[in-house]
Design a protein around this ligand. Structure first.
Ligand SMILES: [Zn+2]
Length: 102
């Protein structure tokens, strides 16, 4: 997401996304960026230790996929990856929602 230009919902001007990471304790990491014009804060994503572990698991699953030579194995591995990613996505959505509600 580096060098991404987005339109600010708040002031309607374009700005460059410069992601910043903030540690919140308890292993919670918030990745966010601010509008360069009005300083409005946008939360990109929030992870906890569990989410980062799941992300690592997904990465390993992709690695394993690269080594597979059979179509059936690849297909079943892809299905597993899809499920793992859905689980991770749900967890991160929940974390983000909890954060926005603060
Ligand atoms: Zn703005």
């Amino acid at each position: 997401m580096n060098n991404n230009i987005v339109l600010c919902d708040e002031c309607g001007k374009e700005f460059l996304i410069v992601p910043k990471v903030k540690q919140h304790g308890n292993g919670i990491e918030e990745t966010y960026f601010n509008c360069g014009h009005c300083d409005h804060k946008y939360i990109a994503y929030v992870t906890d230790a569990g989410a980062r572990k799941q992300r690592e698991t997904v990465r390993k699953m992709y690695k394993r996929l690269e080594g597979l030579t059979s179509v059936d194995q690849s297909r079943s591995q892809l299905a597993k990856i899809k499920m793992a990613k859905a689980g991770l996505g749900k967890r991160m959505d929940r974390l983000k929602a909890e954060f926005n509600g603060e």
